[in-house]
Design a protein. Structure first.
Length: 229
């Protein structure tokens, strides 16, 4: 089995070393980068399997790095942030991050969340292709097309759409989606799912104008709302 490689982007050396130690003990390969302006060259030269990305960095901030990575890659990104304002965390998700971890956090939680996000990127063995109206989701190639136009999704957005398309008539509660998409149960992460749904709606809406692809069922949750052309 190929070893997963994690790029740790953190300017506080003690924190970076601690995270690295725990990841390596769990069998991950790691590289530490301490400056924001070193990240994009590192990702392009040798793409990691996942990026742990601090928000506040010298050289280039985490938000800008995330935005730039999303222009050419859908590799998983987990943001590390010491900021307490919810807006900062939601902005990170808007930029395309798959998850966020608030510092200080236990290194064991970081490892668990890395594993959870990586699980979402692995192809599902069942039902390689899901079709709902004009949307086709291929779990083998990890591609989604809408009316034959390819759509770029983050791993979390892909998993979310896969969950909806696997049960198109089902209404999913936020708690269910956190479990199915995030891979863990943690207070406050229903807002993470809300952000991913908002992003997914925007991307599908750009290719299917006039349709709200994911409907809100008030007081219950969300469901797929795709009609055939």
């Amino acid at each position: 089995m190929t070893q997963n490689h994690i790029l740790i982007v953190e300017d506080e050396q003690k924190i970076a070393d601690l995270i690295q130690d725990y990841l390596q003990q769990d069998g991950f390969g790691t590289t530490i980068v301490s400056r924001g302006d070193m990240v994009l060259p590192a990702v392009k030269k040798s793409p990691p399997d996942l990026v742990l990305l601090d928000l506040m960095l010298p050289g280039l901030d985490g938000m800008s790095i995330c935005r730039e990575i999303r222009k050419f890659s859908h590799l998983p990104i987990i943001m590390l942030t010491a900021k307490v304002e919810e807006l900062d965390r939601l902005l990170g998700l808007e930029m395309g991050a798959d998850d966020y971890i608030c510092k200080p956090s236990s290194p064991r939680e970081v490892v668990a969340r890395v594993k959870a996000v990586l699980r979402r990127t692995r192809p599902e063995p069942l039902e390689q292709k899901l079709v709902q109206g004009p949307i086709v989701l291929d779990t083998d190639s990890r591609q989604v097309t809408v009316n034959d136009t390819q759509m770029t999704l983050t791993p979390s957005e892909f998993k979310l759409l896969q969950v909806f398309m696997s049960a198109p008539s089902k209404v999913f509660s936020r708690d269910e989606l956190v479990q199915r998409v995030q891979g863990y149960d943690y207070e406050g992460y229903d807002r993470t799912v809300d952000s991913h749904i908002k992003n997914l709606r925007k991307k599908i809406g750009a290719l299917l104008p006039g349709q709200e692809a994911i409907a809100t069922v008030y007081g219950v949750g969300y469901k797929l709302n795709i009609t055939s052309p």
